[in-house]
Design a protein around this ligand. Structure first.
Ligand SMILES: [Zn+2]
Length: 261
């Protein structure tokens, strides 16, 4: 009996050889890309500073007006245990623009608020005098677009969510933050907020410790912040020590609307 797809042994050997050849070729490409990518992300990338730094005052004022009148958003600016250091309200951020016009006011979706309060109560009990330092919270879409523009066309474009579909900051359900000790000093995390270095996230820490780029103390400081946030119900991002989501990306996109501005 002849099987419908049976072939001559010599033919099979030819096919197998071709498959093996393409598999090897494919694996070579994968290894090459992995090495090339890892090499690039290990270097310090700083987006070029704009020739004319801008202040987005009209947009920022509209955003504050929107946020203060939106029943789903809660202002966290004066919350006990929190300190504002909104980097996008200064020129000292990756875009080089002051996107919030110097306005140090932050907001969060009300469904993320209990998790923030939980983190603060853990700190109050276990690390009295320590505080959370907010770099960014709910973010309007215009700011997301400016951020995205600063990396478009670079190998780091994928680090920043689209200015159209947004990231979890654009739902009010993500926080960028650091931890300050009882003297008010930010704990040293070994990489600045919004750094594009691979060692900025947990994915690059083991290598960075080996190479001496990070110290054990810097990694311990990150782990302290991570433990507090995790116990409070926040989800960390593997590539950024400062970023925490209230829910997963999939859950958020399914259950919450984006800000209409
Ligand atoms: Zn973030």
């Amino acid at each position: 009996m002849r099987f419908p797809y049976a072939c001559h042994p010599g033919h099979c050997a030819g096919v197998c050889f071709s498959i093996l050849f393409f598999m090897r070729f494919f694996l070579f490409i994968v290894f090459f890309c992995t090495f090339a990518f890892a090499h690039k992300t290990d270097s310090l990338f700083v987006p070029p500073k704009p020739e004319k730094p801008l202040r987005y005052c009209e947009a920022a004022e509209k955003w504050i007006e929107y946020a203060t009148h939106n029943s789903k958003l809660v202002e966290i600016t004066d919350m006990e245990g929190l300190r504002m250091d909104l980097r996008y309200a200064t020129f000292n951020n990756v875009t080089g623009h002051d996107m919030y016009c110097g306005i140090q006011r932050a907001f969060i979706h009300k469904d993320g608020l209990p998790k923030l309060k939980r983190a603060l109560s853990i700190i109050a009990k276990e690390l009295p005098g320590y505080s959370l330092v907010i770099f960014d919270a709910a973010r309007p879409m215009y700011a997301q677009s400016v951020l995205k523009q600063s990396v478009v066309g670079t190998p780091y474009s994928h680090f920043v969510s689209s200015g159209k579909t947004g990231g979890l900051h654009n739902y009010g359900l993500a926080l960028d933050l650091g931890l300050a000790d009882s003297t008010g000093s930010l704990l040293d995390m070994g990489a600045d907020f919004d750094s594009f270095e691979r060692c900025a996230g947990i994915v690059g820490e083991a290598d960075a410790l080996k190479s001496g780029r990070l110290t054990q103390q810097q990694i311990d400081n990150r782990n302290l912040l991570r433990k507090i946030m995790k116990r409070a119900g926040w989800v960390m991002l593997p590539s950024e020590w400062w970023h925490f989501n209230a829910f997963t990306r999939a859950y958020t996109k399914e259950h919450y609307p984006l800000f209409p501005m």
